[in-house]
Design a protein around this ligand. Sequence first.
Ligand SMILES: Cc1ncc(C[n+]2csc(CCOP(=O)(O)OP(=O)(O)O)c2C)c(N)n1
Ligand SMILES: [Mg+2]
Length: 793
Amino acid sequence: MTQQASLRVVENDNPGIVSPNRLAYLDALEKKILWLSSWMIHNANYIRPSRDGLKVGGHQASCASATTILTALYMDVLRPEDRIAVKPHASPVYHAIMHMFGRQDLSTLQDFRKLGGAQSYPSRTKDGNDVDFSTGSVGLGVAETLFAALVQDYARLNGHMGEGVKPGRMVALMGDAELDEGNVFEALLEGWKYDVGNLWWIIDYNRQSLDGVINHMLFQKIQSFFGTVDWNVVTLKYGKKLEAAGHGPAGEAVLDWIDKCPNDLYSALTFKGPDSWRDRLKVELSGTSGLATFLDSYDDETLHSLMTNLAGHDMTSILEAFNSVEGDTPCCFVAYTIKGYGTPLAGHKDNHAGMMNPEQMDGFQRMMNVPEGAEWDRFAGLDIAEDALQAFLDDVPFVQGPLRRHSAPTVSVPDLTLPPAKKASTQQAFGQILHELGKGDDDLAAALVTTSPDVTVSTNLGGWVNQRGLFNRHERPDVFREENVASIQKWVRSQSGQHFELGIAENNLFLMLGALGLSEPLFGARLLPVGTLYDPFVNRGLDALNYACYQDARFMVVGTPAGVTLAPEGGAHQSVNTPLVGMSMPGLAYFEPAFIDELAAIMGWGFEHMQADVGGAVYLRLSTRTIAQPDRSLSPADKAAITTGAYWLSPPAAGAELAIIYAGAVAPEAMAAHAALLDDIPGAGLLAVTSPDRLHADWLDAKRRRRAGERAARALIETMLGQLAPDAVLITVIDGHPTALSWLGAVGSQKVTALGVEGFGQSGDIEDLYRVVGIDENSILDAAASACLTRLG
Ligand SMILES: Cc1ncc(C[n+]2csc(CCOP(=O)(O)OP(=O)(O)O)c2C)c(N)n1
Ligand SMILES: [Mg+2]
């Protein structure tokens, strides 16, 4: 055992001060983590055989930039209840840390970026338990922590936190270029409105992005942005060595020179290494008193190490800053770092995807003191013995306690059927269902939480909000009400409110739904989030919607009104491609009901799907068009067909030559055209598609099962279309892009004519617009006639 091996792990009882003993352990672990993350990438690119010749990739410089900070966080600062989003390109550092904790097998590191191995960017769904937020699309993970902090407040104040689950801090370790993403600022503003707390954003301020070096004035801007929204900004600039040198001969001038040194010059000198500083300082600080004494007290190596001693690589500086935070004011740490620190890549502007070549790696391995053959060893080459390090690791606060991913009991979903109505719109019925739920006090109502980006009233959430109130940490009365100004909206804000009113930023809506939709695993809170927005603006928040689904967040999003059916509002508000978004987004079940009893069945199913182990999020594309409602009551089998995606509104005769197939608000046109055709084609069918998405998935699934040998597997749509003639004509119609239904022709190789919206819309009434885009009754009849003629040859 080396001398250090006998060192005892000392608990950090004064958080501001880091004992030298503890520091020795942390430094050793940092070294190992830097090594393992670099080696993991090297192994994947240079050692593991490649079958396809593709570059595997990985970001050694980006990892090195963040290694000290992440080591400090995971090995000292974080508690199990804290939640962290790790910048995407530091994924190997995360994996190395989890491996050191014994929470991730070596094989996953060896298989980094390989099927089944550690993921390129931290992934909640594939990397296991301790990835709190997936990252990859820069800016989103950062902002997600802010919304998670709001959700934690909500869960805490509304009594939803799981049993024994403690509230924690939401932390983002972010790249400085992530601040170029506008979504970060949208989130900051929303956070300010909600007085968000317990939130830390740590900026890995290496002043480099992918293509190069960032403007050196960025730092000032960061300070003012965050200051504007009342955050504390803590700058971590000089490490302890530089701080000390600042008090010595020429010290002030040297620090001042570093302050003023443009980012690109500092980076270039860093890359050039030990012999780059002396001559430069001699010239630039010529005449400074004490300069010669300063320079003489360092050889080139130690001068280099001093000049690059930024606080983001100084464990003591970092721990002092992190461990002395008091209170819950959101905190932005600007940690000065060097991209590639400690590796031959340090400071080079092209180092983002740069990788040490085998020769550089050899040198690095020698420098890291890792014996050949012991590259994967968790402790080899460190100055502290294995058992002492293991004892330290076992003691780390982050790994104490039970698993960090929680579960919560499910809530049962009652029958949501509304009283019969002669005419109604799906949007109105959606509001009514929530309103009815809001009046009661069952578990479902308690678990529901709604949110909308400034379209609460116009998407019919008003009734629900009147019942349940708006959420805010700080109570605020409805002033209009107190002043007796008549309004049907009651907008009382309180800690027990169940609606998050957001500003107009659809990206924030989806980030909020993402965070609310992770409340079970993050906080053990069973929340059933429902968000509303105008359907075309799904596209405005698409990356965040994708991100929420990527993380397997569970929510219901309601796009309403949708399509050209909202007519007079015009082209800017009419959605065209959203059915395809709904169909193609993994983890999102898209529905487009026409009638309100369908909607009730779908919402009931949706609330269960959001809670199921193998479930997901739900997207309802609704309409303000009021249409006549069928007089019927749905059997369980009807409801099952509706939630699988389709049912015969008018069943075909066996071997019928034609079926009209519609989805959503165009039901009246489809029904009218069908009725008109019955004279000529008596057995024609009328198929209601309630979910093009689920129907399509069911079809693909049946085909897959058949290929796997389950010969009897049959999709609902195969059975249905099988009732028609093998060469029957299918006319599909939807207020959205026609490809949402055109695939139906491939199910039984029947002839399909797909009607829908292919161009941007304009103002008008439904009659005119349906005619112009070709989804009115006549267009359906024309399509049917010409398809039948072709069929007859
Ligand atoms: C939305 C998005 N756009 C582009 C990229 C490609 N990309 C990956 S990293 C990066 C720059 C990262 O710079 P920074 O955030 O400063 O990270 P670091 O310097 O710490 O590696 C870019 C443009 C991405 N991952 N996500
Ligand atoms: Mg950067």
